[in-house]
Write a protein that binds this ligand. Structure first.
Ligand SMILES: [Ca+2]
Length: 421
């Protein structure tokens, strides 16, 4: 999660980025919910703000956090209106792959990433030996999350997550985060004012939520504290530990850029359409530089987030691990593309089409309503381009003689407007 107060444009755009209903809000959510008594959670919203804070204090106490830590930290806490304003900002656009990558991966970010890789090589290689995560991937996460430590957020995290717990619908998640923030204060002997992060509670160089910190944080330099703000051994060790525990496969990339042959059957492209290397090879899929697909373990799906005119990505097992970090396909593509470039490879061999425009919520609703008029879409026109909408677009493309990639390209939108005026 990110603060939108940062100078980096990616931060605000990340909040708006969505594919298949995924947003950066999911970042670093723990695989399992924090173990809290559900009755306390249900009661959280029933009370006014001080009462809600009192409920969190009760939860923290049940979770074994000393009252001597929790009570002074929560005393007199008031809601942070800036946090509520930022939380109320709804996604206005579905970002295009091209726009997302432009914001995530600048030439400067690649250059600085290569510089950081050289500068911290010995440390990164030691972390790789212990956790199996390649140095260029750790640097890529670092670059995307905080611009290599240049924007980590300056909100007091405890106040942010208490505000979100007591004043939004995600009470359960953020109350758990508040308890974990209190646990950090006790274990790390920190003052609430020292625990700084994004408006939504993500902290330090790789923007860990409090629960991610307490579950996966590592004191790698052995000074007795986990410092994700200033200590790079702790930052890299903790990030690699998270990825390792989330299933990272040692030494493997997260994606391969691939080329699909002329006349490819695009109905085989879906996040759930997983095939083995031999099957994809038999369908004519190659690496984008023309070499045959290498063997890979398990099965993998292909993503074409900019349609058939844009790049195609074979999503290897580590792609799924990146999506545990942040459940956005575009984020996961960005991590892999940036990591490969930091590692010395060129960028994408196929650029996203330049004429693809971000789809506003209104334009997406309009598109869905036209599909409804053609009896190709039966769900509610909600302005979210998910799997059902893409399947409907695909059906329209088939009956219009277009390549059926399910992508709302400018041509597909124009043909749809003509067919359903
Ligand atoms: Ca340490």
């Amino acid at each position: 999660m990110k603060t939108t107060r940062s100078p980096d444009p990616l931060l605000s755009l990340l909040l708006l980025a969505g594919l298949a209903g995924c947003t950066a809000q999911a970042q670093n959510q723990p695989p399992a919910p924090v173990n809290s008594p559900p009755d306390a959670v249900r009661q959280i919203h029933a009370a006014d703000f001080p009462g809600c804070v009192q409920n969190i204090l009760t939860m923290a106490s049940r979770e074994g956090i000393p009252l001597a830590v929790a009570r002074p930290a929560l005393e007199g806490l008031t809601p942070d209106q800036r946090v509520l304003d930022l939380d109320a900002r709804q996604p206005e656009f579905t970002l295009t792959l091209g726009r997302y990558l432009t914001n995530a991966i600048s030439a400067e970010r690649v250059a600085k990433g290569r510089q950081m890789l050289g500068q911290h090589r010995a440390l990164l290689q030691a972390v790789e030996r212990d956790y199996g995560v390649q140095p260029e991937y750790l640097v890529a996460f670092w670059g995307l999350e905080s611009g290599y430590g240049t924007f980590m957020g300056d909100f007091p995290v405890l106040r942010s997550v208490v505000t979100l717990a007591c004043r939004t619908r995600r009470a359960q998640f953020f109350a758990g985060e508040a308890v974990e923030a209190l646990r950090i204060l006790g274990a790390q002997q920190m003052q609430p004012a020292q625990l700084r992060g994004s408006w939504a509670g993500a902290m330090g160089n790789t923007q860990f939520m409090p629960s991610t910190f307490t579950r996966f944080g590592v004191d790698r330099d052995g000074d007795g504290r986990i410092d994700l703000w200033r200590n790079l051994p702790d930052v890299f060790g903790s990030s690699a530990n998270f990825l390792n525990k989330s299933g990272w496969k040692r030494g493997q990339h997260s994606h391969i850029e691939v080329t699909l042959p002329q006349g490819f059957a695009y109905d085989k492209i879906d996040l759930n359409e997983e095939r083995g290397a031999r099957e994809w090879r038999a369908l004519g899929v190659t690496q984008s530089d023309g070499r045959p697909l290498p063997d890979f373990a398990d099965r993998a799906a292909i993503a074409i987030p900019a349609g058939h005119r844009g790049p195609a990505f074979l999503m290897l097992p580590n792609f799924k691990t990146v999506m545990i970090w942040n459940r956005s396909v575009l984020y996961a593509i960005s991590v892999g593309v940036l990591a490969r470039q930091i590692g010395g490879e060129p960028g994408l061999l196929r650029e996203p089409p330049a004429d693809d425009q971000p789809l506003s919520r209104e334009a997406a609703i309009d598109l869905q309503q036209r599909l409804i008029r053609l009896s190709l879409y039966t769900d509610e026109a909600d302005g979210l381009i998910g799997p059902k909408t893409r399947a409907s677009i695909r059906a329209f493309q088939i009956r219009s003689g277009l390549i059926a990639d399910g992508h709302p390209s400018p041509e597909t939108q124009a043909r749809l407007r003509a067919a359903a005026p």
